[in-house]
Design a protein around this ligand. Structure first.
Ligand code: GTP
Ligand code: MG
Length: 201
C-alpha cells in the first residue's frame, strides 16, 4: 500500500467497546514486549504513533489506527500483550485478557491476524500455542511474524524461520516472516501479503 493517511481513530479499555464504522481490521497479537506496537510503527513508517517500551505491559488498551492509501482502507488494531504475569499486576493482566478475548470473539471484520513471535525463542510458548490454536479453530487468516530479526545473524535467522515453521506445523512452502522494526527487513514481504488480504476483504 502506498500509505496516504494514517491516524489514531479509537482507543478503549472497555471490553466490547468498538468503533462503529466497519473497515477491514488487521489485528496484532502476541506476548507482552514481543514488538507489536513497534511493528505497527515500522509498517506505517511512523516513529511514535503506537507507544512502545522496553518494559513489558506498555499497551494497556486496544488502539485502532486508520490506514488509507492507493484506494485501500483498513484499520490496524494494536492489542495489549498476553503473558505478562508480574504478581502485583495480576488483576490488570486479567482485565487485559478480557479485552483481547472479547475482541477476538466479537464480530469485528478481521481481515488478518498477525501473530508475533520473538525470533530468539525456540518456538511458540504455551500461551502462543493457545492463541494460535484458537485462530486456527476459528478459521482466522493468520500471518506469523518473527520479531527482532536484527538480533540474529542471517544464517541463524534462516534456521530460526525453519524451526518456527516446523513447530507451527505450517504447510509446505509457507514460512513465518522474519522482521526487524530497526532495519525494516521483512516490511515489503509483509505489506504485499497485507495488500492482498485488504483488497480481498
Ligand atoms: P506490549 O505493548 O507491552 O504488549 O509490548 P509490544 O509487543 O507492543 O512491544 P513494543 O513494540 O513496545 O516493543 C518492546 C521492546 O522491544 C521495545 O524496547 C522495542 O524497542 C523492542 N523492539 C521491538 N521490535 C524490535 C526489533 O525489531 N528489533 C529490536 N532490536 N528491538 C525491537
Ligand atoms: Mg504495545
Amino acid at each position: 500500500m502506498k500509505i496516504q493517511e494514517v491516524r489514531p481513530e479509537f482507543t478503549t479499555s472497555r471490553p466490547g467497546d468498538y468503533p462503529l464504522e466497519s473497515l477491514p481490521e488487521i489485528a496484532f497479537l502476541g506476548r507482552s514486549n514481543v514488538g507489536k506496537s513497534s511493528l505497527i510503527n515500522s509498517l506505517l513508517n511512523r516513529k511514535r504513533l503506537a507507544r512502545t517500551s522496553k518494559a513489558p505491559g506498555r499497551t494497556r488498551a486496544i488502539h485502532w489506527y486508520r490506514v488509507e492509501g492507493g484506494g485501500l482502507r483498513c484499520r490496524f488494531v494494536d492489542l495489549p500483550g498476553y503473558g505478562y504475569a508480574r504478581v502485583p499486576r495480576r488483576v490488570r493482566e486479567r482485565e487485559w485478557a478480557a479485552l483481547i478475548e472479547t475482541y477476538l470473539h466479537s464480530q469485528r471484520p478481521m481481515a488478518m491476524a498477525i501473530q508475533l513471535l520473538d525470533i530468539r525463542r525456540d518456538g511458540p510458548t504455551t500461551l502462543d500455542e493457545q492463541m494460535i490454536d484458537w485462530l486456527r479453530a476459528n478459521n482466522r487468516p493468520t500471518t506469523y511474524v518473527l520479531t527482532k530479526a536484527d538480533k540474529l545473524s542471517s544464517s541463524r535467522r534462516a534456521r530460526a524461520a525453519q524451526l518456527f515453521a516446523r513447530r507451527l506445523q505450517l504447510p509446505e512452502g509457507v514460512r513465518p516472516i522474519p522482521y526487524s522494526a530497526v532495519t525494516g527487513a521483512g516490511r515489503a514481504e509483509l505489506w504485499s501479503l497485507l495488500d492482498t488480504h485488504i483488497a480481498a476483504s
